[in-house]
Design a protein around this ligand. Sequence first.
Ligand SMILES: O=C(O)c1ccccc1N[C@@H]1O[C@H](COP(=O)(O)O)[C@@H](O)[C@H]1O
Length: 217
Amino acid sequence: MSTQPIIKICGIKTPAILEAAIDAGADMVGFAHFPRSPRHVGVEAIGDLISQARGRVETCVLLVNPDNSVVAEIAALGPDWLQLHGPETPHRVEAIRAEAGIPVMKALPVGSAADLAQVPAFLDVADRILLDAKPPKGADRPGGLGVPFDWSLLKALDPAIAFMLSGGLTPDTVAEAIQRVKPFGIDVSSGVETAPGEKDERLIAAFIRNARMAAAA
Ligand SMILES: O=C(O)c1ccccc1N[C@@H]1O[C@H](COP(=O)(O)O)[C@@H](O)[C@H]1O
């Protein structure tokens, strides 16, 4: 029997795209609350999207190095997960998890084998690890850039560690990613867009279809 990876569609901004992701079979949807992102969604709109999704698909709010007031404000909306996509230390991840009272997924940037050395320190404080491409120097945000990383680096990671994979995945590359990396889950934003922040329902459907077929093969 094949194991299906969890599929997360991140950076959703509108009720229509949320419906499209649910219809296409996403397991998790993400809403970015980070003003510098082209996918930024305000608190009130995130609350509406979470209400629309509740009981149908898992929800996750992406934050970057949030202070406790932001954590509390977002946690009060009732998402299933928080995604921390900034330079949060293990100690800070632990504190945010306690403040929020919900599971936390910690995104870690990978640009070289040495970057994987940081993973063990987060295993006891985060409920899930997301391995993403390290942003190039000077990038205006720490993710959502549509850039992949060298998956062969992951051979150096303890195979017992389950992780989600992100960074530049697209409908054309997701099958190879699943077959080569065998991640616990996959996460996409730019690869299902026609322009930064503009999700496309046909690309979302193609991404999920190709991922499901690859995992079943
Ligand atoms: O989407 C963003 O703008 C963003 C901003 C700040 C941190 C992370 C962000 N996106 C997340 O990055 C990964 C990979 O995205 P992509 O598929 O390469 O575009 C994913 O979790 C996004 O949600």
